[in-house]
Design a protein around this ligand. Sequence first.
Ligand SMILES: *Cc1c(COP(=O)(O)O)cnc(C)c1O
Length: 407
Amino acid sequence: MRFDEAEARELDAADELGRFRNSFLIPPTMPVYLCGHSLGLQPKRVRDCLHSELDDWATLGVEAHFRGKHPWVDYHEWFAGPLGRLVGGGTDEVVAMNSLTVNLHLMLQTFYRPTAERAGILIDEPAFPSDRFAAESAIRCKGHDPDRWLIATEDIAGELDRRGNEIATVVFNPVNFLTGRLGDVTEVVRLAKKHGCVIGFDCAHAVGNVPLSLHDWGVDFAVWCSYKYLNSGPGAVGGCFVHRKHGRNAALPRLAGWWGHDPATRFRMQLEPKFVPQPGADGWQLSNPPILALAPLRASLELFDEAGIDRLRAKAVRLTRYLEAMLDKMPAGRLEQLTPRNPDQRGTMLTMRIARGAKELVERLSERGIVVDFREPDVIRVAPAPLYNNHQDCWQFARVLQEELGR
Ligand SMILES: *Cc1c(COP(=O)(O)O)cnc(C)c1O
């Protein structure tokens, strides 16, 4: 490899997924956008998807629930197919609803069933604040002491071996939000089961980034958001997976709402007031879905279906390796890569500790049209998202970074 601009162009010209870049709006003043792990870019089709629902609302009013182009009464059903392909779940196991943290709370209501001897929730470090807060509050809501029962560790396997019989539920991040490390998911699931724990995944940084097989792995539940790699806009509607073996169990305790109720009798509320959950993940829905918030997800999932997560993953591995090779050439001592070097142990994102002035560096990059993100106190995260990023983005970033570090 020469690592020059002409070579980056050649690599992009040979990329079978290169055309997808044109399906996105690249911010004109920030052409090198490497922040898809935080907020994915807007697919051009989003505007049409939104306008279509606005038009139906304008011309049909309430009737759009049944006569709209995409009738709102079962609008959410479309999402289960494409989301299922991304996470490895059947259409009965996946639902688009709420936001990640809300879904985590809903899942913990069902899947965290502590006893006096086994009341632990195990989460992986470094932990995203919302995961920690959700777990802590779930423990408190069940009348237990989070200081004793919330266990956060980098060594999930070791902790399960040491005190698996005290842990009720594990909430594991297949891809860690901070370090980008892709965990040994099958091993974590195996150990959780071996010790009799329920196992749930927070897929915030995994969905749309790495292929997932939630059903085959035997994960009990999972949650994710859609504004990162899924490019569905700020605060977009998240998702939830419930394994089939639980989805069919109507007796499972849950927080219930009318949209999780059997659609056959949903509107006969005065006649049949008893809650009958519909089978599958759909049975955890609470409210009728926010159509305008869901519409952008439709545009994005169509692109994922066209590109295919396996092809995207293959491209991501190439792009991230290419980026890493250029970072290896940076001035000695200024960068420390926190993400594993083995491509099998990471997603698309590289996280680096910057020896001096990380925050100022990110600001200078931004002034020069390059978007990465900064985490206190000294960490930057850079993600080439394979749907719209390319070798030229990585090359531009590395060129400017080298100049800035040499100043
Ligand atoms: C992004 C992210 C969240 C965000 O939660 P929201 O409810 O969507 O605001 C939660 N957990 C992790 C690990 C994340 O990376």
